[in-house]
Design a protein around this ligand. Structure first.
Ligand code: PMP
Length: 389
């Protein structure tokens, strides 16, 4: 399998923030398996979640998940419907409770803020740090963070998808469990699972279809979860029933299994990390030199590896850029409404050629906007039919 195959003929480069690009090889295999999976004569969508074929799919998927992520046995690997947003509610419901306990949260962006709002419907929240006053264009430094010793847990969002920032694992006080929203960063770089009590996220960026959350949770943390909740909101029930207490999203589990194997085929997490670094270098490298576009995250340490946010000095130019990029086969660049400008989301399956193509297009756009002569003509552009919307 190739980590950097350009999109075949009728496809465009998909830079959306999620759902987003999935490996071409995986999609091709899934196309066949929709018709008949494992020679069963029944497509993957038609198999019972309690039948032998799905047993095999689930078992293999979990095995590959553990292998790719180096996930030790003392962690449960769960799939739960409702995406990352339901997790934002389940976490405080299970681990915060209505009593005197308190949870620490980092306020570093849109999804971190949503997590705080959800937790506040359940119990007491302490905002350990916030970059809201800087419009989330930076990550508060360790020295700005005020932790609560003995907190029920510390929650943070590793990659702020909307604002394009990355947060390193925080230095929580000893004994405080760390819960990480890794929706847009899961398996995009090397990972030491043992440093976390729980890692969760929506699958739709790096792993598979939307609507399904992946949850990696330490058993000793899970054991603290409340039991007086409705069944579908209880982590212990999902664990006991192997993520099939009710009819699960079997297709999402199947597809994530394929993506885990794809990751293995390109060198595991070190391979993926190297590829993501290469893409990020191409785009940030250009942005740091550009006279038209500027990155919205100035501090290099804070920059996301996979969501690169940038803008020009004028919203009209931004809009024109997005329109023209779309016509040139570079789709999904419009920034999130809360941040404006542009956002290039280059998740694991986005090819290096796509990043190079984007930068070539940006350079040509810049030359034309600044009245300079473009110095490069890309054969790919010349050969490619222009898409009309
Ligand atoms: N957390 C992060 C970091 C996200 O990027 C998103 C979605 N963009 C969410 C949570 C919400 O995920 P979902 O739509 O799966 O509920």
């Amino acid at each position: 399998m190739s980590p950097s195959r350009p999109p075949p003929g009728d496809r465009v480069y998909n830079l959306s923030a999620g759902p987003s690009t999935l490996p071409a090889e995986v999609l091709m295999e899934a196309r066949d398996d929709l018709w008949s999976v494992m020679g069963s004569g029944i497509g993957v969508l038609g198999h019972s979640h309690r039948g032998e074929v799905y047993d095999g799919i689930l078992e293999q998927t979990i095995r590959d998940w553990r292998e790719v992520g180096g996930i030790p046995e003392e962690y449960e690997c769960l799939f739960i419907q409702g995406g990352a947003t339901l997790q934002m509610a389940m976490i405080p419901m299970n681990f915060l409770g209505a009593g005197g306990s308190i949870a620490d949260y980092f306020d570093t962006g849109r999804w971190a803020r949503d997590s705080i709002a959800e937790a506040r419907t359940v119990g007491r929240v302490h905002v350990a740090c916030s970059s809201a006053n800087d419009r989330y264009a930076r990550v508060p430094e360790e020295s700005e963070r005020v932790y609560t010793p003995g907190a029920s847990y510390l929650h943070y969002c590793e990659n702020n998808t909307v604002f394009g920032t990355h947060v390193d694992r925080p230095q929580a006080p000893p004994g405080v469990p760390i819960v990480c929203d890794a929706s847009s960063s899961i398996f995009s770089r090397s990972l030491d699972v043992r440093q976390f009590d729980m890692i969760y996220g929506g699958a739709q960026k790096n792993l598979g279809p939307s609507g399904c959350a992946f949850v990696i949770i330490k058993r000793s943390f899970l054991d603290r979860a409340r039991r007086d909740l409705p069944s579908m909101l209880r982590y212990d029930i999902h664990a006991q029933h192997e993520s099939r207490y009710n009819t699960p999203n079997t297709f999402a589990v199947y597809l994530m299994g394929k993506v885990f194997r794809w990751i293995q085929s390109i060198g595991g997490l070190p391979g993926v990390h190297a590829l993501n670094l290469a893409k990020a270098k191409v785009l940030y490298g250009y942005l740091d030199r550009s006279e038209l576009f500027r990155p919205t995250v100035v501090n290099r340490r804070d920059r996301s590896l996979v969501n690169v946010t940038f803008r020009t000095a004028s919203p009209e130019t931004d809009a024109r850029f997005c329109r023209e990029a779309e016509l040139a086969g570079l789709s999904g660049l419009r920034g999130h409404p809360e941040n404006g400008g542009m956002r290039a989301s280059m998740y694991n399956a986005f090819p290096l050629e796509g990043a190079q193509r984007l930068v070539e297009f940006m350079a040509a756009f810049e030359a034309s906007a600044l009245g300079r002569r473009s110095t490069r003509v890309t054969p790919w552009v010349a050969a490619r039919p222009v898409r009309r919307s």
